[in-house]
Design a binder for this molecule. Structure first.
Ligand SMILES: Nc1ncnc2c1ncn2[C@@H]1O[C@H](COP(=O)(O)OP(=O)(O)OP(=O)(O)O)[C@@H](O)[C@H]1O
Ligand SMILES: [Mg+2]
Length: 320
């Protein structure tokens, strides 16, 4: 089995996955509540919490799989991109476990990890496909040609889609992280109540900052009572604009590439309107959309591992 470890942001996660892509354990300890009162992730607070949680989370994953470290043949860990202090906790843990057992270690790129959430059983997808990766830090349109061969067709010029959800949620007076809250409220709102702009930037890129400003203008002069009364309509209209922008780009790229299979991964892939808008797409299972270690172990299956002791000098990286 492959032991996966993920600590790039505010989830401390460990998973056990077989070489065939079966998930034996997938433990995620979210620090969201810890950061909620700050309205976002505080890097130093995240690192310290990872340090407290990482060993218990690995132990819990082993227990859930009914396994011991003797069953682990390889350790896969997120090397970047993410918060460096947070990444270092996972990386040091993975090195220590691999070193003590003389196991090979696979450094995994977090974004490849999100894509590899599609390669897990029971419904594993095979490349090639066109992939929308929409998360808290990234919005990428990827031409995935093989398990370790993807080409970036488009990216965001400003905010990521998940960031747009989170910043919008803040303007609406909702908690952090806000994507799930907007999704929930939008179900009771009228998506046509507000005509928010969908940015049309050239090429295959995305832009969400204009939309965020439009929401700011729509909310800044409202009294608390007015905001309460309009919140569901604002949420529904704002979500509709984000989903439209994502779906339009995906459909255009798909048409250009000769209608390949479409796939969606990352935290925003959990959005119910986006899922409904792409009924023909392969969607990451809900529990694998936001950060987890099963996807990291999954990516580890398709990356050449480093033999002991070659990985001891590995460093984390903040951005790609
Ligand atoms: N149902 C939902 N609808 C919309 N957005 C959602 C939903 N659920 C989660 N999100 C958003 O997904 C994001 C978190 O996703 P994820 O964990 O993949 O991001 P990240 O790891 O922080 O960023 P990255 O992967 O780019 O480093 C947050 O911005 C959150 O608001
Ligand atoms: Mg992520």
């Amino acid at each position: 089995m492959i032991l996966g470890i993920e600590t790039s942001c505010d989830e401390t996660a460990a998973a056990l996955v077989t070489s065939g892509g079966e998930i034996r354990a997938n433990v995620v300890s979210s620090q969201a509540e810890l950061h909620a009162r700050f309205g976002g992730v505080v890097p130093e607070v995240a690192s310290r919490r990872h340090l407290e949680l990482v060993a218990p989370v690995v132990r819990e994953a082993l227990a859930e799989a009914g396994a011991t470290l003797d069953d682990v043949e390889q350790v896969a860990v997120t090397q970047g991109p993410g918060l460096v202090g947070a990444l270092l906790v996972g990386l040091a843990t993975a090195k220590a476990i691999a070193w003590s057992r003389r196991l090979p270690l696979v450094p995994v790129d977090h974004l490849r990890g999100h894509v590899a959430s599609l390669y897990l059983e029971p419904e594993a997808l095979e490349p090639p496909f066109l992939c929308l990766l929409a998360s808290g830090g990234h919005t990428l349109l990827l031409d995935v040609r093989g398990y370790d061969d993807e080409h970036v067709l488009g990216t965001t010029l400003d905010d990521a889609a998940g960031e747009a959800f989170d910043k919008g949620a803040r303007l609406l007076g909702l908690g952090y992280p806000g994507g799930r809250e907007i999704d929930r409220l939008a179900r009771d709102g009228d998506p046509a109540a507000y005509d928010f702009p969908v940015a049309r930037v050239p090429g295959r890129d995305f832009s969400f900052s204009g939309l965020k400003t439009a929401l700011l203008y729509a909310t800044r002069d409202l009294t608390a009572d007015e905001l309460d009364a309009r919140r569901v309509d604002l949420a529904a209209s704002y979500q509709r604009a984000i989903v439209r922008a994502l779906v339009a780009r995906v459909r255009e790229a798909a048409a250009d590439l000769g209608s390949p299979r479409i796939a969606v991964v990352g935290g925003v892939a959990a959005n119910s309107e986006l899922r409904a808008a792409l009924p023909d797409a392969a969607l990451a299972p809900l529990e694998l959309c936001t950060d987890n270690a099963a996807m990291i172990a999954s990516a580890g299956r398709f990356t050449t591992p480093l033999a002991y002791p070659g990985y001891l000098g590995l460093d984390a990286y903040a951005s790609r």
